[in-house]
Structures are given as structure tokens and as C-alpha cells.
Write a protein that binds this ligand. Structure first.
Ligand code: ZN
Length: 394
């Protein structure tokens, strides 16, 4: 057993026991043992450990839990972004260009790209990331994408129902059969979750219900892309089916908000997508008033939100969605963990994973107060200070 004491933490945001919504503890120390948090308390009382790190009064938070990424893909869509920012409208069709590039990339090329993105995310404080398939849209490529995702994370999601495969555009019923049948059977051993993009131009509510039910029968947990562009009824379906999370939630009816608040389904917001498509941002007030639980995620993808930065998402949520800084920081850590139904990440508590981000700042509020500034100074993942993303040992 090896142990490390991180001492002189000016403000430790535990998302657990402590003051206020962030569970703050001041002048704190954390002792790490075998990848887990073994002790939390006043720095002056820190027990002896094999090694010690002096945080010099800086703020510390749990590593971010990014519960929604599409971090396995080929190609680049900067030209499409350029055109959109120059006046062209956003459409879902761009996904197809990524599908073509992804199918044409080797598994090792895809894995190298994913590793690069995860390293980038880690340096900005992310220590847990969900990764979806969804740019293959045929059985072999979807399986390859999940194989790549599983090299890096335990939070793998089968998103064969991202859009209808282009070569089956006039046979959508056959495509739904394939996703809910053979493709799901190939994906299920590699995936923890199933997800569907329920939206005009993608899959309707009844197709979504069928695909999610098949995934549930195959032992997968449920997630949903819903209510991004329209008030579609998808969010209500997700709550009804017991989805862990409904993601986007840009347009919610009052009934959707009430249903979310009465359930243990998390509403996950991805303001990077609103930023990158110039859509209106969702507001948080109704969810707050109703007592719903929400998370923040990057939605890292090449078309509509090509960021890995959770601090950027926090800044957007505070500036444009009406979240308080504390609400946004909690949503990016504890909220993400709840969206993944995890209790071992997203908080600093004895027994939880020692996933920690030390900030070059005296208070976590700086994450929103100083947008665009690289404030994450040092990251521990499973108790090890690191700048590169490795699969978890256990
Ligand atoms: Zn997405």
C-alpha cells in the first residue's frame, strides 16, 4: 500500500460533507491510499503518509465527470463550422460526413484520436468520461467504435440509433430492425448503455421506444438524446422508461420538467452544443424550482460541440443558462456521476476514487469567473498524478 497526503488545500469542494452546495472544507487535507480517498480533514491534523504534496492554499474539486461524449470518430468538420458561423443553417446532415470518415479510418487511427481527446480532457480536469458509438451505423464499425471506447472507459454507450445509415435512408424500418437486432447483439457485450437520438431527422418516439426496450432486454442501461431542437415528447418517454439521463433538454415543457423532478432521471445539459450551433440556451429556473437533478456534459463531437472542456461548459451554464457557479460546478462533477449512476466518482469522500483536480485558483468559483483560462493545475486519477488518460485498473 502506498499513500500520499495532499495538504494545505485552501478550499476543498467535496460535493459531500461540508458547507453549502459544494460541501466546502477549508484548510483541508486529503490522504490517498491505493487509488481511493482514505482520509479527509483539517490540514493540521493530516496523518503521516508515504509522500506529501503541498497545495499551497489552492482550491481542489473532484475530477469532472463528463457523462456525454462522442469521442470516437474520424474526419474534421471545421469547414462546416466555418460555414455555419458565416450564416449557413445547422442541419443534422453533417453527421453523414463523419460517418464516411469514421468508416474509412482504421481502428488504431480512431484509438489514437480518442486518446488525444481524452488526454486533452484530463488536462482540463476530466477524470471520468462516457463515450458513445454512433458514427459507424453498420454492425462492424459500431462494434469497432465500442471496442475503442472500451479501451479507455467503462462508461461505453451504443448509439447505433444516431441517424439512419445513409445507405438505408429509404429503408428506415429495416435500419431500426438492424439496430434493435443484430447490431445490438454485437454491441451489447461491449456497452454499458444504449442511447437514441430522438428528434426530427433522426428517430421518432415509437422507434425510440422500441430500440430502448430492446437495449434494456439486452441488459443495457438507458440514455437519450432528447428535446434538442423540438419539444418532441422524447423526454417524457425517457422518464417513463426509467432512463438514467435525458441529454440536451433544450426545449422542455412544464410537464417534462415535472416528470423529471418526480423521477430519478437526470437532465443533462450540453451548452457547448447551443454555443456551436447558435441555438438558444435552455434555462435552469424551472428545473431548480421543481427540484430536478441536472448534470453538465461536453457532448464532445466533431459537428455540434467540439470541445472537451468542462470549465468552458461551466462558464456557459453560468453566463447563459442561469446556473449559479456552485450549481454548475456541482453539475459537472456530482451531477455527471448521478447521470451515470455512479457513487464512486464526482465527489471527494472516504472510499471514493481519488480523482482530484487542483486549481490554479483560490476558489472553485474561478472556473466560471475566469472563462477560457487553463486553471486546472494538477490532476490525480485513481490516486495517481497524471497528464495522460489510461484505462482504470479496476
Ligand atoms: Zn450527443
Amino acid at each position: 500500500m502506498t499513500s500520499e497526503a495532499i495538504v494545505n488545500i485552501g478550499v476543498l469542494a467535496t460535493m459531500d460533507d461540508g458547507e453549502g452546495p459544494l460541501g466546502l472544507r477549508r484548510d483541508a487535507a486529503v490522504v490517498i491510499e491505493d487509488g481511493r480517498v482514505a482520509w479527509i480533514g483539517a490540514s493540521a491534523d493530516a496523518p503521516a503518509a508515504d509522500s506529501s504534496y503541498d497545495a499551497a492554499g489552492a482550491a481542489m474539486i473532484p475530477g469532472f465527470v463528463d457523462s456525454h461524449t462522442h469521442a470516437v470518430f474520424g474526419g474534421d468538420r471545421s469547414a462546416e463550422f466555418d460555414a455555419r458561423m458565416s450564416g449557413a443553417p445547422y442541419t443534422a446532415g453533417g453527421i453523414r460526413s463523419t460517418v464516411a470518415a469514421t468508416r474509412g479510418a482504421s481502428t488504431e487511427e480512431l484509438a489514437a484520436r480518442t486518446r488525444h481527446l481524452l488526454d486533452e480532457a484530463l488536462r482540463q480536469g476530466t477524470t471520468t468520461a462516457e463515450i458513445k458509438s454512433g458514427y459507424g451505423l453498420d454492425l462492424d464499425t459500431e462494434r469497432r467504435l465500442l471496442e475503442v471506447a472500451a479501451r479507455f472507459t467503462e462508461e461505453t454507450t451504443f448509439l447505433g440509433a444516431h441517424v439512419v445509415a445513409p445507405e438505408m435512408a429509404d429503408r428506415r424500418g429495416d435500419y431500426v430492425d438492424l439496430v434493435a437486432g443484430d447490431m445490438l447483439a454485437a454491441a451489447a457485450p461491449l456497452a454499458r448503455w444504449i442511447d437514441v437520438f430522438c428528434e426530427e431527422g433522426a428517430f421518432d418516439v415509437e422507434e425510440t421506444r422500441r430500440i430502448l426496450a430492446a437495449g434494456r432486454d439486452a441488459g443495457l442501461g438507458l440514455r437519450l438524446h432528447a428535446n434538442q431542437l423540438t419539444m418532441s415528447g422524447a423526454a417524457a418517454l425517457g422518464v417513463e422508461m426509467g432512463a438514467a439521463s435525458i441529454d440536451h433538454c433544450t426545449f422542455l415543457s412544464d410537464e417534462d420538467v415535472d416528470a423529471l423532478a418526480a423521477s430519478d432521471t437526470v437532465a443533462t445539459f450540453v451548452p457547448g452544443a447551443e454555443f456551436s450551433t447558435r441555438q438558444p440556451y435552455p434555462r435552469i429556473e424551472r428545473l431548480r424550482d421543481a427540484g430536478a437533478t441536472w448534470a453538465l456534459a461536453s457532448d464532445c463531437n466533431p459537428g455540434s460541440s467540439f470541445t472537451t472542456s468542462m470549465p468552458f461548459c461551466i462558464a456557459l451554464a453560468v453566463r447563459d443558462m442561469g446556473m449559479t457557479p456552485s450549481e454548475a460546478i456541482r453539475a459537472a462533477t456530482r451531477g455527471g456521476a448521478q447521470a451515470l449512476r455512479r457513487n464512486d466518482v464526482g465527489r471527494v469522500a472516504v472510499g471514493a476514487r481519488a480523482d482530484l483536480a487542483l486549481l490554479d485558483a483560490p476558489d472553485p468559483v474561478h472556473l466560471a469567473y475566469r472563462p477560457g483560462v487553463p486553471l486546472v493545475d494538477r490532476v490525480w486519477r485513481d490516486g495517481v498524478a497524471t497528464t495522460s488518460w489510461e484505462p482504470r485498473a479496476s
